[in-house]
Design a protein around this ligand. Structure first.
Ligand SMILES: Cc1cc2nc3c(=O)[nH]c(=O)nc-3n(C[C@H](O)[C@H](O)[C@H](O)COP(=O)(O)OP(=O)(O)OC[C@H]3O[C@@H](n4cnc5c(N)ncnc54)[C@H](O)[C@@H]3O)c2cc1C
Length: 338
C-alpha cells in the first residue's frame, strides 16, 4: 500500500479539475483496505473512496484521506449449462469486464459498453445505458464498512437499486466500500434491443440477428459519435438525472410542448429527458469561460480548459435554476459533488 500526502487529483477525475488530497492511499486487496481503515492515526480523517473519478466533481481540495481501490481480478465462481456467475474486483475497469464477457459470449452487460469507471463504482448509482442496467445481472457484492472495517455481503434486494441510485448513494453514502461484485450472465444471450437508438442503428447497418459483440460494437459507435471523450474534454457524462414526473404532469407538459422527449420509468411514471429540458432553455452548446455544455449533448457539462470545480458547479446551478423557472421541474445531480 502506498500512502501519499498532498496528492494531485487532476489526472484522477475525468473533469480534470486541479485539486489535491491531503492524504491518498492506493490499496490492492481487501486486507490492505481493512488495515488502513483500522489505523487509529487515520480514524478521525474524513474518507472518500475513489474509482476512476468519472462521476465526481471536486469543488475544492479534499481535506482528508482518499482511498483508491485497485483490487483487480475476475473469476468464474459458478457455472452451469445456461449461465455463469462471475466475480470481479472493485478496481477492474468496467469496460474491461464488458470485453471479458463478450470474448466468452457471456451476455447481460453488452449494452453497458464503454461506460467509464470501475466495477466497484458500478453498483453505487446502478449504472445503466441503452436499455440495460447493472441491477439486471447483479447477484451480490462484498465490501467493508468505513467506520468499523467490518465486512458484509449485500444481496440484490439489500442494495435497493433504483434509477441511478442505490443504498450506497443514500443511507450508506461514504460509509461502505465495495470490494467485489458478482454478476449472473447468460451463456446463450438474447439481445436487448429495447432502446430505440440502438435498434435503429442496427437496422440502418443491416445487422439482423445481432450477437452481443454486434451490440457492443453498435453501442460503442453510438457513444463515440455523441459523447465527448473525457481524455480530450473534461466531463463526467450526464450531469443531471432525467427527472421522473407523474402522468398528469407529463400530459400538461406534452400539451404545451409536443416535442418533449420522454421514456417510460419503472414506477409507471414518466422520465423526461433532462437534455431536452436544458436545450429548451437555450443552454445546449452554451459556454461561460472554460465551462460549457457539449454542443452535441446539452446534459453533458464540459471543462474546456482550466475551469475550477466551483465554476463548473456554478454553471450547473444556473442551468438548474432556469429549468426550474421555465418548467417547474427540479433537476437532481447525477454527479457526486464534493
Ligand atoms: C463520458 C462519460 C459517460 C458516462 N456514461 C454513463 C452512462 O451511460 N451510464 C451511467 O450510469 N454512468 C455513466 N457515466 C458516469 C460514470 O461513468 C459511472 O457513474 C461510473 O460507475 C463511475 O465509476 P468511477 O469508478 O469513475 O467512480 P468515481 O467517480 O470514482 O466514484 C463515483 C462515486 O462512487 C463512489 N465509489 C467509487 N468506487 C467505490 C467503491 N469501490 N465502493 C464504494 N463507493 C465507491 C465514490 O466515492 C463516488 O461517490 C459516464 C461518465 C462519463 C465521463
Amino acid at each position: 500500500m502506498q500512502l501519499l500526502q498532498n496528492q494531485s487529483l487532476k489526472k484522477l477525475n475525468t473533469f480534470g479539475v486541479d485539486v489535491k488530497a491531503k492524504l491518498f492511499a492506493e490499496v490492492f486487496s481487501e486486507d490492505e483496505l481493512r488495515e488502513i481503515l483500522s489505523y487509529i492515526k487515520y480514524k478521525s480523517e474524513r474518507k472518500l473512496i475513489l474509482g476512476g473519478g468519472s462521476n465526481i466533481l471536486f469543488t475544492k481540495d479534499f481535506d482528508g484521506l482518499i482511498i483508491k481501490l485497485s483490487i483487480k481480478k475476475i473469476d468464474v465462481i459458478e457455472e452451469n449449462a445456461v449461465s455463469v456467475v462471475i466475480e470481479a474486483g472493485a478496481g477492474v475497469i468496467w469496460n474491461e469486464l464488458v470485453k471479458y464477457c463478450i470474448e466468452r459470449n457471456y451476455g447481460g452487460i453488452e449494452n453497458l459498453t464503454l461506460i467509464p469507471g470501475t466495477v466497484g463504482a458500478a453498483p453505487i448509482q446502478n449504472i445503466g445505458a441503452y436499455g440495460q442496467e447493472l441491477a439486471d445481472t447483479f447477484v451480490s457484492l462484498n465490501g467493508v464498512f468505513i467506520d468499523s472495517a467490518e465486512t458484509k455481503t449485500f444481496n440484490k434486494n439489500e442494495c435497493r437499486f433504483f434509477y441511478r441510485s442505490s443504498i450506497f448513494k443514500e443511507e450508506l453514502k461514504n460509509n461502505f466500500v465495495v470490494t467485489s461484485v458478482q454478476l449472473n450472465l447468460k451463456k446463450n444471450p438474447k439481445p436487448n434491443l429495447t432502446y430505440k437508438a440502438l435498434s435503429d442503428y442496427l437496422a440502418k447497418n443491416g445487422i439482423v440477428n445481432p450477437t452481443i459483440k454486434d451490440i457492443s460494437n453498435a453501442v460503442a459507435s453510438i457513444r463515440r459519435s455523441k459523447l465527448p471523450d473525457p481524455v480530450k474534454v473534461g466531463n463526467a457524462g450526464s450531469f443531471f438525472k432525467n427527472p421522473v414526473v407523474s402522468e398528469d404532469s407529463f400530459r400538461k407538459l406534452k400539451a404545451e410542448y409536443s416535442d418533449v422527449v420522454s421514456f417510460p420509468s419503472e414506477s409507471g411514471q414518466i422520465k423526461i429527458s433532462a437534455g431536452w429540458l436544458i436545450e429548451k432553455c437555450g443552454w445546449k452548446g452554451k459556454r461561460v469561460g472554460d465551462v460549457g455544455t457539449s454542443p452535441d449533448h446539452a446534459l453533458i457539462i464540459c471543462n474546456f480548459g482550466n475551469a475550477t470545480g466551483s465554476e463548473i458547479l456554478e454553471f450547473a446551478m444556473r442551468i438548474k435554476e432556469e429549468v426550474s423557472n421555465k418548467f417547474g421541474i427540479k433537476l437532481e445531480e447525477e454527479v457526486n459533488i464534493l
